[in-house]
Design a protein around this ligand. Structure first.
Ligand code: ATP
Length: 350
């Protein structure tokens, strides 16, 4: 498996370097062959090359099996004409990474605000309310007058169908339950189509139990009883918001692993941002990035039918569980270790 690695901005270099060591060591212990290609994008690339995503980088990634990328700042990368392309947005669009899979689960030994739970938010990632990916040309957020803004939300049956299918397939490997989260009582046509399409796909999976919850009620329900959910499928922005909540309920946003997947390519990137408030201080939680790396290997194993990559993912997961149980965690998880020390404890357990 050839994997391009990009450190990203903010805390990215700190967390990605731990994830790289983790991947290298776990792969050495198995039959898996992992080639890591180190690249840069974002602010680093802007400073060195005057453009945040180089055309050669795109070719390198196209020739690879996956991408592991740190978080990217959204603030300074917002003018494509000046080479300030947001790499996260760019790769999501370029590779049509339509399925954003964001698991959230509690760990023994970590501070828990609720009952133990284990769920996955399956977030549609290619349309919805996101002004940067809705249109072939131009944005879908418009300033009509100085005081009037119109934001368009795109929902298409094909996109609803493919994300629903990923959610039901995932549920078949878990506790066989899918919850559709929506706002079809108000967004009757768009979310109506989303719910209808999910229910149509559900008929192909008779073993999976299905229910649907309105998004605002979901915010209360998931806090009160997160253990009742297994796979949660939802549209882009609802999934973005809900998954930060579920990550924090599980312990910390610093545990928020995620992959952005298409059918033949996937990118591992933690669900949180670049956390500029804690960057460079050696206090960022590296488990979001290690968890994302494990998800990418597991996705690759499933796609190619090569079990050795799943084994690497399982080793990473097991070492993470053990390290957290021992209380060797960063302060966002109630611990007192730095990023490096958590990395060392993790590698020892691996
Ligand atoms: P950006 O501008 O890139 O979106 P942000 O600060 O607005 O960044 P996040 O990066 O998601 O948004 O951070 C939200 C909060 O969660 C911050 O207080 C940050 O310090 C914290 N946080 C995010 N990631 C981690 C991590 N890996 N470890 C510890 N704390 C984290």
């Amino acid at each position: 498996m050839r994997l391009v690695v990009i450190p990203g901005d903010g805390i990215g270099p700190e967390t990605v370097s731990v994830a790289v060591k983790a991947l290298e060591k776990a792969a050495q212990q198995s039959e898996a062959v992992l080639e890591l290609v180190h690249e840069i994008a974002g602010l680093d690339s802007l400073a060195q090359h005057g453009i945040s995503v180089r055309p050669e980088l795109i070719k390198t990634i196209e020739a690879a099996d996956g991408l592991m990328m740190g978080p990217m700042t959204t603030h300074q990368l917002n003018d494509e004409a000046k080479g300030r392309i947001n790499p996260s947005m760019f790769f999501r669009r370029h590779f049509d990474l339509y399925a954003n899979i964001r698991p959230a689960r509690t760990f023994e030994g970590a501070p828990i605000r609720v009952k133990p739970f284990d769920l996955v938010v399956v977030r549609e990632n290619s349309e919805g309310f996101y002004a940067d990916r809705n249109m072939v040309s131009g944005g879908s957020e418009m300033l009509v007058t100085d005081d009037v803004v119109v934001s368009l939300r795109r929902i298409t049956r094909a996109c609803c169908e493919r994300i629903a299918r990923r959610a039901f397939e995932l549920a078949m490997t878990r506790r066989k339950k899918v919850t559709i989260v929506h706002k079809a009582n108000v967004l009757k046509i768009g979310d109506g189509m989303f719910v209808q399409t999910c229910e149509a796909v559900a008929r192909e999976f008779p073993d999976v139990t299905v229910d649907s919850v309105i998004v605002d009620a979901m915010m209360a329900l998931v806090v009160r009883q997160p253990e009742r959910f297994d796979v949660v499928v939802t549209t882009n922005m609802f999934g973005d918001i809900l998954s930060d909540l579920t990550a924090e309920l599980a312990g910390s946003l610093g545990m928020a692993a995620s992959i952005n997947a298409a059918d033949h390519f996937a990118m591992a990137q933690a669900a949180h941002g670049s956390a500029p408030d804690i960057a460079g201080q050696n206090i960022a939680n590296p488990f979001s990035q290690i968890g994302s790396a494990a998800m990418l290997l597991s996705w690759y194993s499933q796609r190619t039918g090569k079990p050795e990559y799943l084994e690497v993912a399982q080793r990473l997961e097991a070492a993470m569980v053990k390290t957290i149980r021992e209380g060797k965690v960063t302060r966002d998880m109630g611990g007192n270790l730095g990023t490096d020390a958590v990395g060392r404890a993790f590698l020892a357990n691996l």
